[in-house]
Design a protein around this ligand. Structure first.
Ligand code: S3P
Length: 740
């Protein structure tokens, strides 16, 4: 079996890719010698001069004889010819791989040259091109942090695949596996079409003599859009021939999009134009985030962001935490279904609410922004949503999935809702059950978990639902479906839960009645666009309330915090523990009460948390447990089994973390018992739960040593500038990515 370093490696074709591969081999000492092969004597000589290869050889069969590995990096049109030429030198021991941008035709060429696909041939494709070509363009780190796609067939020898994979990884590349066809259709869209368009645009403009003149005035836009039109024409000619069908498919798709845009311009249809451009901008911004390796939706779940919270620090000053997550979600949902344009300020630009925003774009709504918390939604009316093109991905956001399940159950089209690893484990049966009673067709996995599959076109009827648990998400889901149901829909809740849906429905002019614990609305009404000012999220503010409450000398003011009575459990509980919190400057903004909250340090004592406070502080328990750990005496929580089905099992995960820090924390089925005492140091696993991560960052204000917290990427779901604000008030928080 071959292992690294190899003996002789032959690189056929010493352009940008072949040359860089050769340099990579040498730089990382992955083989004894690199032999360069190719058609052009001049290129080979240049490669030798540049030190890309150790020696050159023009006879391919001779070059590959006894070699451990051959890399084919010549234009793909020549693959069959080259394979036939090297065949006499191959003995079944040499591994052959390639770097072609199309894989289907490489497989066909190999089959033609050897009568069958040889087991030692590993088709591959590094996604690391550039518009520059030739040996002079070669770069030693071209593949570092780039993706390489391998498309082995079933007949390919796994040992050969593994060796090729190791080589790429040694050069810093990230290796993925894909089927041949999938590779070719993905690449047709992401690479081949853009190149074709760039060539075509420049050619169309340059053809006219008088147009030559305009190039003089062409600035950034033209330069950025057409950079790739100076790529190697021979190479691209071969690609367009080799991937003909897939490319024709995406050209057709593009032509239809272009025609729609043309018509929107012709009709001067601002909403259609803004729709196209805001969707495109959102998609491109998302892509920029991916490139910058910053937080965003599904890409983050596989990144391990690590917080190191250094012991000590202070908590002082005035800050405003980002907008309320619950209200931000609802503003997009109701704004989209309203008639007219809804303007939102203070919108939370966190991944969860952005997932909702993106979903409504996918459902055909034009949404401008977010731009510094400002969002403009062009409502489509109760019946104006359009079928999405694919599944709706909701990342980590339970609120999006549960509320949307209600709303989408009443539409005329089918949808599938999916989420990340954590969301995929969360219970959706609790919304599917009442929706089915209303006549919706909703399916989940056997355990009641996502994906949620909804069959559209059902006529819903109003129900009365007695909620078995205190859940604002379930309540909101039923009420949103009720907007479309025949007759009255009502929900009774076992304990008061956040009432943002009810308040906002009224803000959009939709009548909702509340009698005691029963909320009722009638289907068939309409929503009228309005203005929404989203207050700062009390759930994000809670981390700083606890931070200030446990840090001697702390004095912090949190501005413009939403103090809806269904959300203020954290203030009540901290006060009951002896915390000094002053609610100042109370006012009402767009139907929601708001205040500034000043918190000063005061010694805390353990308490039995009143059960009626549980739903009012449901998201704040992770940070309250840290307060309990810093308090004198015992804190007991009961009646909080819902905490076990949040983004993580928050009772277990917090108990585990506190124990690591040396705090006595005993989980119970519906709560926890925490003995206040000194906190040491340690490494905590947050299980990708944003609120666990932030809570332990706060704990370091009182710990004796540093606290390292793993898996913190999801902090961006609710509180994208948490680190920045923590540092601003005097906490000592460092951030790194594992493996960097
Ligand atoms: C939310 C309701 C709560 C809360 C979640 C947001 C909402 O969930 O935990 O973060 O916006 O309706 P439950 O309704 O499941 O308690």
């Amino acid at each position: 079996m071959k292992t690294l370093p190899l003996g002789s490696v032959v690189v056929v074709g010493l352009g940008l890719i072949g040359g860089s591969f050769a340099l990579g081999l040498k730089a990382h000492r992955l083989c004894r010698e690199v032999v360069g092969c190719g058609r052009s004597e001049a290129t080979l000589q240049r490669a030798l001069e540049l030190g890309l290869v150790d020696r050159i050889e023009t006879d391919l069969a001779k070059a590959v004889k006894g070699a451990d590995l051959v890399m084919l990096a010549a234009p793909i049109g020549s693959t069959e010819t080259l394979l036939k030429a090297m065949a006499p030198g191959l003995d079944g021991e040499t591994i052959v791989t390639d770097a072609g941008s199309v894989k289907g035709n490489v497989v066909t060429a190999a089959k033609a040259a050897f009568n069958e696909m040889p087991s030692w041939f590993v088709p591959g494709h590094p996604i690391a091109g550039a518009e520059k070509s030739g040996p002079d363009a070669a770069k030693v780190d071209l593949f570092r942090k780039h993706k390489v796609i391998l498309t082995p067939l079933e007949s390919t020898d796994p040992r050969a695949v593994s060796l090729v994979q190791q080589l790429w990884q040694a050069m810093g590349a990230e290796v993925l596996h894909m089927g041949v066809e999938q590779h070719d259709s993905v690449l047709a869209a992401t690479s081949h079409l853009p190149h074709l368009l760039a060539f075509s645009l420049v050619d169309s403009l340059a053809k006219e003599n008088e147009n030559q003149e305009i190039f003089r005035y062409a600035a950034g836009g033209f330069r950025d859009f057409t950079r790739i039109a100076s790529s190697d024409p021979t190479m691209w000619h071969d690609i367009f021939i080799a991937n003909k069908d897939a490319i024709l498919g995406v050209i057709g798709q593009f032509n239809r999009g272009l025609e729609q845009f043309r018509q929107a311009v012709e009709r001067q249809d601002s909403q259609a134009m803004l729709g196209i451009m805001t969707r495109a901008k959102a998609a491109r911004d998302h892509f920029t985030q991916l490139l910058a390796k910053r937080a965003y939706t599904n890409t983050m779940s596989d990144k391990n962001i690590i917080f190191t919270a250094h012991a000590g620090g202070e908590v002082k000053g005035r800050i405003r935490v980002p907008g309320d997550k619950s209200i931000s979600h609802r503003s997009i949902m109701l704004g989209s279904l309203a008639e007219g344009v809804t303007e939102v300020t203070g919108f939370l630009e966190g991944e969860d609410s952005l997932a909702t925003l993106q979903t409504f774009r996918d459902l055909g709504v034009t949404i401008e922004g977010p731009n510094h918390g400002h969002v403009k939604i062009y409502g489509v009316g109760m019946h104006g949503l359009l079928p999405p093109h694919g599944t709706l991905y909701l990342g980590n956001s339970g609120t999006s999935m549960r509320l949307l399940s209600g709303l989408l159950s009443a539409q005329s089209f089918d949808c599938v809702l999916t989420g990340d690893e954590s969301l995929s484990k969360r219970p959706m049966g609790r919304v599917a059950k009442p929706l089915r009673e209303m006549g919706a067709v909703v399916e989940t996995e056997e355990k009641g978990t996502p994906p949620v599959r909804i069959k559209g076109g059902q006529k819903l009827k109003g129900i009365h639902y007695d909620m078995p648990m205190a859940s604002a998400q379930v309540k909101s889901c039923v009420l949103l479906a009720g907007l479309y149901a025949e007759g009255e829909t009502s929900v009774t809740e076992p304990a008061p839960t956040r009432d943002h849906t009810e308040r906002m429905l009224r803000g959009f002019g939709y009548p909702v009645t509340v009698e005691g614990n029963k909320i009722t609305l009638k289907g068939g009404g309409k929503l009228t666009a309005t203005k929404i000012d989203v207050p700062a999220d009390i759930s994000s503010a809670a981390f700083f309330m606890v931070a200030a409450s446990i840090t001697p000398g702390a004095d912090l003011t949190l501005e413009h915090v939403g103090i809806n009575p269904t959300r203020i459990g954290v203030i009540n509980i901290l006060r009951a523990m002896g915390g000094k919190l002053d609610v100042l400057n109370e006012r009402e903004v767009g139907g929601e009460p708001v205040a500034d909250i000043r918190i000063q340090y005061a010694p805390l004592k353990g308490i039995e948390i009143p059960e009626d406070q549980v739903p009012l502080a449901i998201d704040e328990f992770p940070s309250l447990f840290i307060a309990a750990a810093c308090a004198q005496g015992t804190t007991i929580l009961r009646g909080a089994e819902e905490l076990r089905v949040k983004e993580s099992d928050r009772i277990q995960v917090m108990a585990d973390g506190l124990k690591i820090l040396g705090v006595k924390a005993d989980p119970t089925p519906d709560g926890i018992i925490i003995e206040g005492g000194p906190m040491g140091s340690g490494t905590i696993e947050s299980h990708g739960d944003h609120r666990i991560a932030m809570s332990f960052a706060v704990a370091a204000l009182r710990s004796q040593g540093d606290i390292v917290i793993r898996n913190c990427a999801n902090v961006a779901t609710s509180f994208p500038n948490f680190v920045e604000l923590s540092r601003k008030v005097g906490m000592k928080l460092d951030v790194a990515e594992a493996g960097e």
